[in-house]
Design a protein around this ligand. Structure first.
Ligand code: HEC
Length: 115
């Protein structure tokens, strides 16, 4: 009897630990995702000035040289490709933006348009 009580308590301690770890991981990934969005917006609005040519409501930009990003459902890989290598009039950003910045701005556009 005493032994099973002990086992139950040990089990619930384990569950508590698991819940704590899950909570911690969720918190980390939220913070991580947010900082990626922040970096993406920073690149979009300032460093690469995508908004000069593109409309994207989330970023408050209304450029009309390139396609309206709100009206497209791009895949991450397509955005990364376009930003890295350029396409048509759009210049390539390889060597100007770091890969981290290219990925962040693609993530930002992807998250802002695929809802
Ligand atoms: C000088 C103007 C200009 C700037 C700055 C610019 N773009 Fe573009 N972008 C264009 C034009 C024009 C096209 C259409 C090219 C074509 O299809 O020939 C385009 C196309 C795209 C596409 C579509 C790619 C595809 O596969 O059809 C994406 C996504 C995109 N731009 C994202 C961005 C992002 C993100 C930035 C900032 C890093 C950016 N653009 C900066 C002009 C620009």
């Amino acid at each position: 009897m005493i032994k099973s009580k002990y086992l139950v308590q040990q089990f619930s301690n384990k569950i508590k630990k698991i819940i704590f770890i899950l909570f911690f991981l969720t918190l980390c990934s939220t913070v991580f995702a947010d900082s990626k969005m922040d970096l993406g917006l920073e690149v979009y609005s300032n460093k690469a000035q995508c908004g000069v040519c593109h409309t994207l409501q989330a970023a408050g930009s209304f450029g009309d040289i390139g396609p309206n990003l709100d009206q497209m459902n791009f895949q991450m890989s397509q955005i990364i490709y376009a930003v890295t290598n350029g396409i048509g009039v759009m210049p390539p950003w390889e060597g100007i933006l770091s890969y981290e910045e290219i990925e962040a701005v693609a993530y930002y556009v992807f998250q802002s348009t695929n809802k």
